[in-house]
Design a binder for this molecule. Structure first.
Ligand code: SF4
Length: 114
């Protein structure tokens, strides 16, 4: 079965086709570089995403956060619930870990709040 994909690794957005059989990627075409092939293989076998969200701090203000690496796409909803339950205390700086080890990723702050 052929699966059409758009590579999201860089702004070029190459259109690719992955040939998938029995859960295995047999070939990838249309990619301009090896990163596209790696993305297509991951997307077909084990899709992953970086999650961005916000948490409410103890003072009531909102803080933007994200996973520090991609997590399995199927775990995104559960990850969002875990993030929503956090109530970090200020001050917080960009890169501070808000929650450790959520599906193999730390949830980190993407803004300063004092
Ligand atoms: S295949 Fe390579 S060049 Fe094309 S979008 Fe992906 S990363 Fe960019």
């Amino acid at each position: 079965m052929d699966r059409k994909l758009t590579c999201i690794v860089c702004p070029l957005g190459c259109s690719m086709v992955a040939e998938v059989e029995n859960g295995k990627v047999l070939s990838v075409s249309g990619n301009t570089c090896p990163r596209g092939k790696a993305y297509a293989e991951s997307e077909c076998i084990n899709p992953q995403r970086v999650v961005t969200s916000t948490v409410r701090c103890q003072d009531g203000s909102m803080l933007s956060v994200k996973t520090d690496r991609a997590i399995p796409k199927e775990k995104m909803a559960e990850c969002m619930e875990i993030i929503a339950s956090a109530r970090p205390q200020l001050p917080i700086f960009v890169g501070d870990v808000i929650i450790k080890d959520v599906f193999g990723s730390d949830i980190i702050a993407t803004q300063n709040r004092s």
